[in-house]
Design a protein around this ligand. Structure first.
Ligand SMILES: NC(=O)c1ccc[n+]([C@@H]2O[C@H](COP(=O)([O-])OP(=O)(O)OC[C@H]3O[C@@H](n4cnc5c(N)ncnc54)[C@H](O)[C@@H]3O)[C@@H](O)[C@H]2O)c1
Length: 380
């Protein structure tokens, strides 16, 4: 019996992505899976039911039928309590789960006996690159952030030499040069802006410079385990603030992308700094979802603060649903490959570090250590 994978329609307001696009459905079927699709799953990302059917997917009658027949449910957004209530004991869920802030939902998944894997917990190792949804969706966010900034900016990004005068290029500053930051740099450069960037990880310098941007140097290196950033000391934060303040005040656009995994985002732009920026300047704060890098950011809102446009957009990947879905879908397809045992049946090899690291609940227990400690106080 092939593994039956079910594509569920997203129910969170504003979510336009889908976990599997028809092209990937066809590939999974070639790999020996059977794919069930809840009608309307891909409509918001322009993947029509008919395209799923043509790809070999089986359209089920409704959500209840999907949850009844699928062994593995794939999703983008963490499930709502109503969805979890429909899961069967032993059913598998692969999705973003945000385990650090979804205690109630994790308890539900545990108590329902669901085996859940969180896409954001896939380790950042070479073998898992093709399953790395944080990177694929970060790429989308960075690209879109640069476009949003260009749109909000009251001036051109490129240098122009015209009969009506010469236009100087916009100065764009990108704070945080991880996956999203690097894509924002590349996109702003393609639009012709002069770009500077900053990150606490010294390793980011080479990548920033290879994109034709200037790296702002602060004498510190805060690279921690797994290539992520650690939190700065008070003295380091002070030095960072002085350097950044000067660069921010000279910029026409600031795009912020700085994150520390599992914590609130570091604050890099104080309210007073916003108030000293050029009139008409723009801040796009991609960290809005985790507290924001700018002190005045209001998640999801676009407003003016002392003549500066501040916008902290939420769920940016969903603004580009076609490619965000296509990339996420590839991540899911590659992850599914890890679950296909001999004879094509569902098999979890717990010795596989990717599966071990990304599992949140299994067989009535919370497997992810940090989540278990938080929810169950360290009890096994
Ligand atoms: N498979 C792989 O090997 C793989 C895949 C993707 C990313 N990575 C690496 O993982 C790391 C994190 O990538 P990400 O984009 O998910 O990061 P992220 O979203 O966690 O953070 C974005 C950036 O913010 C930076 N940052 C944190 N605090 C800051 C501060 N106070 N000031 C300025 N910048 C600050 C981080 O260093 C990071 O570059 C990077 O080193 C990246 O190259 C590895």
């Amino acid at each position: 019996m092939p593994i039956r994978v079910g594509v569920a329609r997203e129910t969170v307001a504003g979510e336009r992505r889908v976990a599997l696009v028809p092209e990937t459905v066809a590939r999974l079927i070639k790999q020996g899976f059977e794919v069930l699709v809840e009608p309307g799953s891909g409509t918001a990302s322009y993947c029509l039911d008919q395209a799923y059917a043509e790809a070999g997917g089986r359209l089920v009658a409704d959500r209840a039928a999907l949850y009844r027949d699928a062994e593995v449910v794939v999703k983008v957004q963490a499930p709502t309590p109503e969805e979890v209530a429909q899961y069967r004991r032993g059913q598998m869920l692969i999705s973003y789960l945000q385990p650090h802030r979804n205690d109630e939902m994790i308890r539900h998944l545990r108590d329902q006996g669901v085996t859940s894997f969180a896409m954001e917990l896939v380790p950042r190792i070479t073998r898992a690159q093709s399953m790395d949804a944080l990177s694929s969706q970060g790429t989308v966010s960075g690209y879109k952030a640069a476009l949003i900034a260009a749109d909000l900016c009251p001036q051109f990004f490129p240098m122009l030499t015209t009969a009506a005068g010469t236009i100087r290029p916009a100065k764009v500053l990108v704070l945080g040069a991880g996956v999203a930051g690097l894509q924002a740099i590349a996109t702003a450069r393609r639009l012709g802006a002069v770009v500077e960037a900053y990150d606490v990880r010294r390793a980011a310098r080479e990548q920033v410079e290879s994109l034709g941007a200037k790296f702002l140097q602060v004498e510190l290196d805060a690279e921690a385990e797994g290539g992520y950033a650690r939190e700065l000391t008070a003295e380091e934060k002070e030095r960072e603030q002085v350097l950044l303040r000067r660069a921010i005040c000279q910029s026409d656009v600031v795009i912020t992308t700085a994150q520390i995994p599992g914590r609130t985002a570091p604050q890099l732009i104080a309210a007073a700094t916003v108030e000293s920026m050029k009139p008409g300047a723009v801040i796009v704060d991609l960290a809005a979802e985790s507290g924001g890098n700018c002190a005045v950011t209001r998640p999801g809102e676009k407003f003016e603060h002392h003549g500066v446009t501040v916008y902290g957009p939420l769920n940016v990947p969903s603004m580009l649903p076609v490619h965000a879905s296509a990339m996420y879908s590839k991540n899911i397809q590659n992850f599914m490959g890890l679950l296909q045992g001999e004879g094509g049946v569902l098999h979890i090899d717990w010795a596989d570090e990717i599966l071990a690291a990304s599992a949140v609940t299994h067989d009535g227990a919370i497997r992810h250590a940090a989540t278990r400690e938080r929810i169950e106080g360290g009890a096994k």
